[in-house]
Design a protein around this ligand. Structure first.
Ligand SMILES: [Zn+2]
Length: 337
């Protein structure tokens, strides 16, 4: 590839040739590969990041295509896992980046080894369970983390530097966020792009080690109602915090803290986690007798009226069409046993 590839970025004086070299030697862990994740990933890959690790638990659905910028109609038709579809597209954009894609639900065990190896972690999840696990892990392993969230026309971002800034737990106690989700109130794409712009500017600063340039304030905005705000969070840090305080206990890393059965808020879907690996070909054969099965090498989906059931290779199951944990469990036992 031409030497000219990163010329406009390295021409920018605060980055320079040295900064570009640093970016090439860094490893970013991206947790979540939906709207925030695809935009963050594309930006990092175009910027010439050396290594990118992507973790995501979902597959591409029609409602993703409005804003999840790496995905195509074909990815949706093939029901590709998001991490896999994203990796494929990202390698077309920049073949020199080393990309690892994990189709899995992040938990304290499988994320620990990934966080440990990363120079920077980017938040692109849609739920606070994983965010709180990440919050503990990045403090345990002292890796910077850039929080981002958006819903409707609003968004928020904050850069967490372990040992310096308050952690996510401290911030949320000081600034409660609404429980609204994109699945319940919708989202417009520019809100995603705005959060990503803030996350990516911070990422570049951290990757080139321009620590003095890092934004120390929480930024929030509402693009529809033309409101922009930055909030100083220094005072939010609590010495008694179990994550960033003087005697951390990392409460979100205990196995018990993690639910096995989870009603996905606003999605009319229940997720069930199990540790059993599934043989998709055998299972598909059995399930074909009771409904229409679609399958690829990562997952299978079954139309089982009034439900749609998606079973991943790692044993995780999504039951669409109910928000009752009890009903979902009954369907699970009927189908998977
Ligand atoms: Zn804290």
């Amino acid at each position: 590839m031409s030497d000219d590839r990163y010329s406009r970025q390295s021409l920018y004086q605060p980055i320079g040739i040295n900064g570009q070299e640093k970016i090439k030697n860094k490893h970013v862990l991206l947790i979540g590969c939906g709207a925030l994740g695809t935009a963050n990933a594309e930006s990092l890959v175009r910027a010439g990041i050396g290594k990118l690790t992507i973790v995501d638990r979902d597959y591409v659905e029609a409602s993703n295509l409005q804003r999840q910028q790496l995905f195509t109609e074909q990815d949706y038709l093939e029901q590709l896992p998001k991490a896999i579809a994203a990796k494929e597209r990202l390698q077309q954009i920049n073949s020199s980046v080393s990309i690892s894609a994990y189709v899995m639900d992040g938990n304290s065990r499988n994320l620990a080894s990934l966080v440990k190896e990363a120079d920077l972690v980017l938040d692109a999840t849609d739920n606070f369970d994983i965010r709180f696990i990440t919050n503990d892990l990045i403090h345990q392993y002292e890796v910077p983390w850039i929080f981002g969230s958006c819903v409707g026309s609003t968004g928020m971002s904050y850069t967490i530097l372990p040992g310096e800034t308050p952690c996510l737990q401290c911030i949320l106690e000081a600034t409660p966020v609404s429980g609204a989700t994109c699945d319940a109130v919708g989202i417009i794409a520019p809100a995603v792009q705005m959060v990503v712009a803030h996350q990516q500017a911070e990422a570049l600063k951290i990757l080139v080690e321009a620590v003095d340039a890092v934004r120390t304030k929480l930024v929030t905005f509402d693009l529809w109602h033309n409101q922009y705000q930055t909030i100083d969070m220094k005072r939010a840090k609590k010495d008694t915090c179990p994550t960033c305080g003087a005697n951390p206990s990392y409460p979100n890393l205990s196995y018990e803290a993690q639910t096995k059965l989870e009603v996905l808020c606003g999605r009319n879907t229940v997720q069930i986690r199990s540790n059993r690996m599934v043989h998709l070909v055998e299972l598909a054969e059995r399930l074909r007798t009771i409904g229409t099965v679609k399958q690829n090498e990562f997952l299978l989906s079954l139309d089982y009226q009034p439900y749609r059931v998606v079973i991943f290779r790692d044993g995780r199951v999504l039951i669409h069409g109910t928000d009752s944990a009890e009903k979902a469990k009954a369907v699970y036992y009927q189908l998977v046993g």
